[in-house]
Design a protein around this ligand. Structure first.
Ligand code: MN
Length: 438
């Protein structure tokens, strides 16, 4: 079975042009490639949309167009992007083929008549006789609901354990389906432990929803994921054949600094194997130019001359000391960026907190800057460096947990974190501003 997997469309007021250009192209391409079913794995919208918003009309029109090509399955995504109830309207949209909205844990069979048959409970007790493919749907888990039941501190772990049980519980139905020669497909929206964000940051906190182990344990051939905006995949060859887990990534490039291609996934899934390939969308190109200090117009012009600027979105960032702030010529920067489709100028002004620390901005390492600031401010650097190290090495949760466990007897670095670096009160405002050092 050939399945088109779209994710994280993020239709919204500001994202409309990018989302709609990319999604429209993706639908055309997927239709040309002969998709037999379409899955949207969450975050169809970027925020709550009014009915009269242009983004609503465009999204509904595109989903309708998709449903004229093949059956569509839409999964509930992150609540802040897609508030509960957002997808209800698509149940009434119609089309040549049906649109199914999965906003609870359930299994859905695609039938020989190209309809959707839905399990009444969390899984089928008996697989429908006319099923041609089995989809197991795990929409966004509402952590707040779980926290009310088991307490906030245990919610993350409880969700992990329950999801593990749930996914393992799907395995017998997947084995039955496989025995009948049917492709089995998991669909979910969440964070896989250790995956890479679109900015290249590994997601390695311990409150993430899944490890790849529990996803593979569902014994679905394919696991279609949404939430992380960067395409990536995991493979395993085991008793259930070749299993593949993959994020489609977002349909377009919604932020500066996002790495990698954008697109949708074309999946080929049968009872024993799955494979997927990324089909690129015409996502916008972004160029990021960063100055430590005042933007140098000559350097800027030179950089722009080396880039293919036409049609690109260009962001220029700089950091200047408060006293130099007025001297940045935004008009001149805009002129240097002529030809760009969109420009964004972000100046950051560092308050005057280090009157006698001339040259601190030339220090590239943050710990060197802290040492220099401490020297100038005549405070001890060690406790601050300990704080810095713990910020770099520990997760916010681990630091908070340590402080809660031992609020005043903790090590020196933690004590300093909650009090100004000196008993002299005149240092307090400086400390408050010291966060701007970096
Ligand atoms: Mn998203």
């Amino acid at each position: 079975m050939r399945i088109a997997h779209f994710s994280d469309l993020h239709y919204g007021a500001k994202t409309l042009a990018e989302a709609d250009r990319c999604f429209a192209a993706a639908i055309d391409r997927a239709a040309a490639l002969g998709m037999q079913a379409a899955v949207i794995s969450g975050d169809a919208t970027d925020h709550a949309l009014d009915l009269h918003a242009p983004a609503t009309a465009r999204l509904v029109a595109q989903i309708r167009r998709l449903a004229d090509h093949c059956p569509v399955l839409m999964l509930q995504g992150t609540y802040s992007h897609e508030p509960p109830g957002t997808l209800d309207v698509f149940r009434s949209v119609g089309g040549r083929w049906p649109i199914h909205v999965a906003d609870r844990i359930q299994q859905v069979a695609l039938t020989a008549q190209r309809g959707w048959a839905v399990s009444s409970g969390w899984r089928f007790e008996t697989l429908p006789a006319d099923a041609v493919a089995l989809f197991s749907c795990v929409p966004t888990v509402n952590k707040a609901t779980v926290a009310i039941t088991v307490g906030a501190a245990d919610a993350g772990q409880a969700i992990g354990e329950e999801l593990g049980r749930l996914l393992t519980g799907f395995a017998p139905t997947h084995r039955v389906a496989r025995g009948r020669g049917l492709p089995t497909i998991g669909v979910s929206h969440g964070t896989v432990f250790g995956c890479l964000s679109e900015h290249g940051v590994p997601m390695a906190a311990f409150d993430h929803e899944f490890g790849t182990g529990i996803l593979f344990a569902a014994e679905a051939q394919a696991f279609l994921l949404g939430h992380i905006h960067r395409h990536q995949f995991w493979l395993m060859d085991g008793a259930a054949g070749r299993q593949v887990i993959a994020y489609a990534g977002s349909i377009g490039r919604f932020h500066y600094g996002e790495e990698g291609s954008k697109g949708f996934l074309l999946w080929d899934v049968d009872a024993h194997a799955a494979r997927c390939s990324l089909e690129a969308t015409p996502a916008r190109r972004t160029i990021d130019i960063v100055f430590e200090g005042r933007p140098d117009l000559a350097v800027l012009r030179e950089t722009m001359a080396q880039q293919d600027v036409a049609g690109a979105s260009v962001r220029v960032r700089w950091t200047v000391a408060e006293e130099d702030g007025v001297a940045v010529d935004r008009e001149a920067i805009q002129r240097a960026l002529a030809g760009a489709a969109e420009t964004k100028l972000e100046g950051r002004i560092v308050p005057v907190v280090r009157m006698r620390a001339a040259g601190i901005s030339q220090l590239t390492r943050l710990d060197d800057q802290v040492r220099e600031w401490a020297r100038v401010s005549q405070v001890r650097a060690e406790p601050l460096l300990a704080c810095l190290a713990s910020l770099q090495e520990s997760s916010p949760e681990a630091i908070a947990a340590r402080l809660l466990r031992d609020p005043d007897g903790a090590d020196e670095g933690q004590r300093v974190a909650s009090t100004p670096p000196s008993s002299k009160t005149e240092h307090a405002p400086e400390w408050a501003d010291a966060s701007a050092l970096g």
